[in-house]
Ligand binder design. Structure first.
Ligand SMILES: [Zn+2]
Length: 477
């Protein structure tokens, strides 16, 4: 059902509420626990206070984690599209294929394979009412990457490329006189999301509703939030409250090999990022509180799509490497009857789908039938911890990684070069180990993973639209 939207692209909460009241809108038909899945864009695990960050960045998230089953989790990819697709399908990129194929000329979006069943589709099939409230340009309905599949209501809003739009407006990150006007491009998307959710989600959704909410904070460009920074003991940088910290020049420094960014830029960026994390934290707290008030028997699930590099390698960005600052993450599941504790053993993005299917008591296709050991398993009943793989799917700079215990291997697919790290001794991945015997089992896993790409592509040729775009770029099959 297409949602009506206000001129700025937002659905009007009053209209939504009126429809529900009049019984025009669809209501859940299944008597099973409601589920709220919150995904946070670009949240570094190491900046969450619960996981050891020295500043109290996340009082709301910490409180939720204290009452939840908590898993250390590795993301499926270092950026939004493939990661969220893995969360929503239980499959790795090699099988679901949602991401970008990068050619020398430009990037080409590739959508979720049409024969893959999403969590929303499976829950909808089993009688759930399915509702999404998402802010990220990649998730916009009109991008047609497949994220709206299976949703009765799919509200997507946000600038297509906010960071790029801001970059085009600003010559320099510290030209504060020009920052104010640009603030409108991005500001407060989380607050609008929370208001919308509060208006939409009502007692009628106490059972049988699946909500997915995707927050854009703390994605860059980072907004300076002085009150939140002061509250956690940071001294806010010397810029107006609400100013945006643009990081594209730092990225250029890194990409062009022009040397290290100035230390004050590094320090300031890290401080301002903490404020964005605190803002995301406020929104998560509000979402969970409202959900708990309407669905006492509901499950709240919390995950991040990937992290962010804050100058560990000389840059600020994500999507460009497979180091821990981008793929180390966490997952939390809250329910009043689920005993809170932190679980041992790494979980994976792909495990979210079967876990939520299981708590919904829904009949979902088993991802392991499709993707073998790379498919997700139910985290509440698992008896083993599979190898966790991550993929950075690009046609010409293709990297994949595998992790078992503290051994982490990154394989560069084109050059066949690998980097092996022992994360217990070298958590920052600075000293690659040369040990072919130790690398061998991880390399074998990655070969099996990548083989699935070929099988997947052979089974379903790319859509006509993608094929035409590839042909136009000189990549005729
Ligand atoms: Zn993202």
């Amino acid at each position: 059902m297409p949602a009506r939207k206000t001129p700025d692209g937002l659905p009007a909460p009053d209209e939504v509420r009126a429809k529900i009241k009049e019984g025009e809108a669809k209501l859940p038909s299944r008597d099973a626990p409601s589920i709220l899945l919150i995904t946070i864009d670009t949240l570094r695990k190491r900046n969450v206070h619960y996981f050891g960050h020295p500043k109290n960045t996340t009082p709301q998230i910490d409180a939720l984690l204290e009452q939840s089953r908590v898993f250390d989790m590795q993301t499926a990819a270092p950026w939004t599209v493939p990661s969220l697709a893995s969360i929503l399908t239980g499959l790795p990129f090699s099988v679901h294929q949602a991401g970008v194929i990068r050619t020398p000329q430009k990037s080409v979006d590739s959508a979720l394979r049409s024969d893959v069943v999403t969590l929303a589709e499976a829950l909808q099939q089993s009688g759930y009412l399915t509702c999404a409230f998402v802010t990220n340009g990649h998730l916009l309905e009109e991008r047609k990457l497949g994220f709206g599949r299976g949703f009765d209501y799919y509200y997507s809003f946000g600038d297509k490329h906010p960071a790029k739009a801001v970059a085009e407006e600003l010559d320099k990150p510290r030209d504060w006189s020009r920052v104010r006007g640009i603030d409108a491009l991005l500001g407060g998307s989380g607050e609008r999301l929370l208001k919308l959710f509060q208006a939409f989600a009502r007692k009628e959704h106490a059972r049988g509703t699946f909500f997915w909410v995707h927050l854009f904070e703390p994605h860059n460009p980072f907004k300076q939030r002085n009150a939140l920074l002061t509250a956690m003991g940071h001294t806010p940088p010397n810029a107006p409250n609400g100013a945006l910290w643009l990081t594209y020049d730092a990225r250029k420094v890194f990409r062009n090999g022009e040397g290290a960014p100035p230390q004050d830029l590094v320090d300031t960026t890290r401080i301002v990022y903490d404020g964005e994390v605190a803002q995301a934290d406020l929104i998560v707290g509000g979402l969970h509180k409202h959900f708990a008030s309407i669905a006492a028997d509901g499950f709240t699930a919390l995950a991040a799509d990937h992290g962010e590099e804050l100058f560990e390698r000389g840059s600020v960005d994500h999507g460009h490497t497979l180091y821990q600052e981008l793929i180390d993450s966490f997952f939390a599941l809250h329910h009043s009857q689920l005993e809170p504790r932190r679980e041992a053993g790494l979980a994976r993005h792909v495990d979210v789908y079967p876990t939520l299917c299981s708590v919904a008591q829904a009949d979902c296709p088993d991802p392991q039938k499709r993707a073998g050991a790379f498919g997700g398993i139910d985290l509440l009943t698992r008896t083993s911890v599979p190898i966790a793989v991550a993929e950075n799917p690009e046609l010409f700079e293709d990297r994949v990684s595998a992790r078992r215990g503290n051994d982490k291997l990154i394989l560069h697919l084109r050059s066949k070069r690998y980097e092996l790290y022992d994360l217990s001794r070298d958590p920052d991945e600075l000293y690659a180990i040369h040990d072919d015997a130790r690398a061998a089992p991880l390399l074998r896993s990655l070969e099996a993973l990548v083989a699935q790409r070929t099988e997947a592509r052979a089974a379903e040729p790319p859509s006509r639209e993608l094929e035409e775009r590839l042909r136009a770029l000189g990549y005729a099959r």
